[in-house]
Design a protein around this ligand. Structure first.
Ligand SMILES: [Zn+2]
Length: 212
């Protein structure tokens, strides 16, 4: 569902550009609003959420899909935790649909899906592993990397139940916005994938904004 935000960038308390292939990891407090802005269009932002009070509680794709009875995420979606508590609510969305089935890219899956010589290409899972190593104050490790949301990524489910990585439906200036329902650690990998059309074969930067 398309829904425009009522927030203006001028009133944001935080704004940062995240290049493709880099990560963003910060705490968003309960009541704050987070916006991910697709600057140039057709980009994918692979995102994980953890409860700041106890990161063992984290985003659950399964519980989110079951709670809303739909596999796509958009305005109105409540992102549920592994303890079936609301973590964030998507409050605005000008893209229209986000994926939580396809998973993040990894060098291993690239090798299986594409070619052996993709093994050395940077992937979202590498960015997440770098994040948990560099930002060890969050207490996360490799074992905490679980299922995620691919904001802006277009992964349609076919009539017979298959998954396809299709060309993006996002565009320059499109955004998704969510209100934190608890203090959450947000870990975004701005996807560097070059082997499928999720980034239009041209990974580009995103902006992250936060409002109080
Ligand atoms: Zn990726």
């Amino acid at each position: 569902m398309m829904k425009e935000s009522t927030l203006t960038p001028e009133t944001a308390v935080y704004r940062r550009t995240v290049p493709a292939g880099d990560y963003w990891m910060e705490v968003v407090k309960a009541g704050q609003t987070l916006r991910i802005l697709d600057l140039e269009g057709n980009q994918a932002a692979d995102t994980l959420f953890y409860a700041a009070a106890d990161p063992a509680e984290r985003y659950s794709a399964i519980d989110t899909i079951r709670a809303q009875g739909n596999v796509y995420l958009t305005a109105g979606s409540v992102l549920m935790s592994t303890e079936t508590r609301p973590m964030l609510t998507i409050t605005a969305d000008t893209c229209g649909r986000h994926d939580t089935l396809g998973g993040a890219c990894a060098t291993e899956s690239n090798t299986v899906r594409y070619a052996l010589d993709t093994k050395c290409m940077h992937a979202c899972r590498d960015s997440w592993l770098r994040a948990v190593a560099e930002r060890d104050e969050f207490g996360l490790t490799k074992r905490d990397i679980t299922h995620n949301i691919n904001f802006f990524m277009n992964v349609p489910v076919t009539p017979d139940g298959g998954l396809t990585f299709a060309d993006g439906i996002s565009g320059s200036g499109k955004y998704v916005e969510m209100r934190a329902e608890m203090d959450v650690i947000v870990l975004i990998s701005n996807c560097p994938q070059l082997n499928n059309p999720c980034n239009a074969y041209n990974p580009t930067p995103i902006d992250v904004l936060v409002w109080d």
